[in-house]
Write a protein that binds this ligand. Sequence first.
Ligand code: ZN
Ligand code: ZN
Ligand code: ZN
Length: 179
Amino acid sequence: MGSRAADQHAAGAGGRFPDPHHDHSACSAGALEVAEAICAARGEKMTALRRHVLAIVWRGHRPVGAYDILAAMQAENGRKVAPPTVYRTLDFLRQQGLVHRVESLNAYVGCPDPVRPHRVQFMICSDCGVAAEIDDARVGQALDSAAAAAGFVPRQPMVEVSGLCARCAAPRDGSPAQG
Ligand SMILES: [Zn+2]
Ligand SMILES: [Zn+2]
Ligand SMILES: [Zn+2]
């Protein structure tokens, strides 16, 4: 099920900040293709609405808020979309692992590797706003053992680290900085 696209996609974005010069149109097209394949394999419908919301989320690697999604839909459709419709759609996309919610920003970002079950952990650049998933099982394992030692039952384990990505942390040398 679209495994070639999934592999190419994961290779480009898995666990790292996307290259600022990557071909994002191919990146988002690949994500939509993988999403279609996942829904088809699970017997879920990728409706026009779901596809549109996912496409808006995938316009970049910066998490987008529900109201920004709503505004984009209204601007493009020319008709009012009710907030609950957008939230319901985002819930569906989250349940399928196609988007993640970034709690600290109250925003949503596309998952670069939705085929593989994984913990949701983020590094979020406070300068350019890009969020990258942390692809390291040890982070989750450390949390599990800390919780077990405390007799704590984690319900919503989330790891969100804010800071600067390598590009934003690098000294500006007068070269044209983008974004
Ligand atoms: Zn991209
Ligand atoms: Zn993910
Ligand atoms: Zn950055």
